[in-house]
Design a protein around this ligand. Structure first.
Ligand code: PLP
Length: 379
């Protein structure tokens, strides 16, 4: 069977072979890390080894790392605790950027239903949150600001150091969803005024089922789940030891420079060749900083959804930012926030590359898409 071309690394990543090996071996570490016996202690040791590896990768300390089940859970953990934490303090205001992942945007809708005031921070046409815009939206009762490190659809990278500083100076907490940044840009939490940072293991070549929350201090965390005293009493649930061991192994494989060099070359190539096709628009960052592996392109006169389906039939995995719901295709909220027209929004494709992609795969993708774009436009 012909090998598929996978260009959807921001959705999820294939498990790295060395990580797969570590994961399979880790299935034998079956102890419950809370058990006092030798088998339990072995699991606990492995758990703490991964915690150590993860914390040192982002220049945190192990006591600042909480393992959970997903990036979605970590985001929910940070946001949902606002419902109970400030219950008796009068009005609570929360700011989140307009281009956050649904795990943030859908959760703040729940906060609103609990009476919390939520506002979206607009972004520039390149997908950036500007410091002045953020400052103008802060209120005396703003308790939390959440801005993602890097966007999953367009790859825009925010100036988290500058944004977190103004939020801290204001006296509010700062949360950063760094799910798409891990392994793609260097992250040093000691240089950022962040209180929480979210990560997800399946975006870095580990299996699904592990999320990681960095928290500046345990005092800032009110549990989402109650039960046993796992994760310093902050997240009840028997830990997913094999998944967490695999996460530690994946962290050891990360090489930000190599990732950037490889994927930047692929991105440069695909941009150059698509330039020859008319009616092609590159969405998001042009001069601003962007993820080296992410490219969002609109093909005028075509539906991104049907292009993606045609690519799928030809063995190429690419995604659209738009969501298909009950028979209709909804435009991407991220491209909407950039001010892109509905037609071009629905005509977009999101390419996200990884270390396994090659230049010859890019050639095959470009040939496939160009042929379909020309065919669709001639109809
Ligand atoms: N945040 C961002 C920016 C993401 O891209 C994703 C997943 O696509 C998530 C959060 C959710 O992570 P998970 O799939 O681990 O729930």
């Amino acid at each position: 069977m012909k090998k598929r071309i996978y260009c959807d690394y921001n959705a999820t990543t294939p498990v790295i072979p060395a990580v797969k090996k570590a994961y399979i071996k880790a299935l034998d570490v079956y102890g419950n890390a809370s058990s006092l016996h030798e088998t339990g202690r072995m699991a606990k040791e492995a758990l703490e080894g991964s915690r150590m590896a993860f914390s040192s990768f982002i220049n945190a300390i192990p006591e600042q790392i909480l393992f959970c089940s997903s990036g979605t859970e970590a985001n929910n953990q940070v946001l949902q605790q606002l419902i109970t934490r400030h219950r008796d303090e009068g009005p609570v205001h929360v700011l989140v950027s307009a281009i956050e992942h649904s795990s943030v945007l859908e959760t703040v809708k729940i906060l609103e239903s609990w009476g919390i005031e939520v506002e979206l921070i607009p972004v520039t046409a390149e997908g950036l949150v500007e410091v002045d815009t953020l400052v103008s939206l802060l209120k005396p009762h703003t308790k939390l600001v959440s801005v993602m490190f890097a966007n999953n659809e367009i790859g825009s990278i925010q100036d988290i150091a500058a944004l977190s500083k103004v939020v801290k100076d204001h006296g509010a907490l700062f949360h950063c969803d760094a799910v798409q940044a891990l392994g793609k840009v260097s992250i040093d939490v000691s240089q950022l005024a962040v209180d929480f940072m979210t990560f997800s293991a399946h975006k870095i070549g580990a299996p699904k089922g592990v999320g990681i929350l960095y928290t500046k201090s345990d005092d800032l965390v009110t549990p989402l789940l109650y039960g046993g005293k796992h994760e310093r009493g902050l997240r009840a649930s028997t830990e997913n030891i094999p998944g967490i061991i695999a996460t530690g192994a994946a962290i050891e494989c990360l090489d930000v420079d190599a990732f950037q060099e490889h994927t930047q070359a692929l991105k440069k190539h695909i941009k150059e060749v698509f330039h020859d096709l008319s009616g092609v628009y590159f969405n998001g960052p042009i001069n601003a900083q962007a993820l080296s592996n992410t490219l969002n392109i609109s093909f005028e006169g075509c539906e991104g959804y049907s292009l993606a389906m045609n690519c799928d039939l030809e063995g190429i995995d690419i995604s659209t930012g738009s969501a298909c719901s009950v028979g209709s295709v909804e435009p991407s909220h991220v491209l909407n926030a950039l001010g892109i027209s509905r037609d071009l929004n629905l005509a977009s494709l999101r390419f996200s590359f990884g270390l396994d992609n090659t230049l010859s795969e890019i050639t095959a993708i470009v040939e496939c898409i160009s042929a379909h774009v020309k065919r669709i436009r001639s109809l």
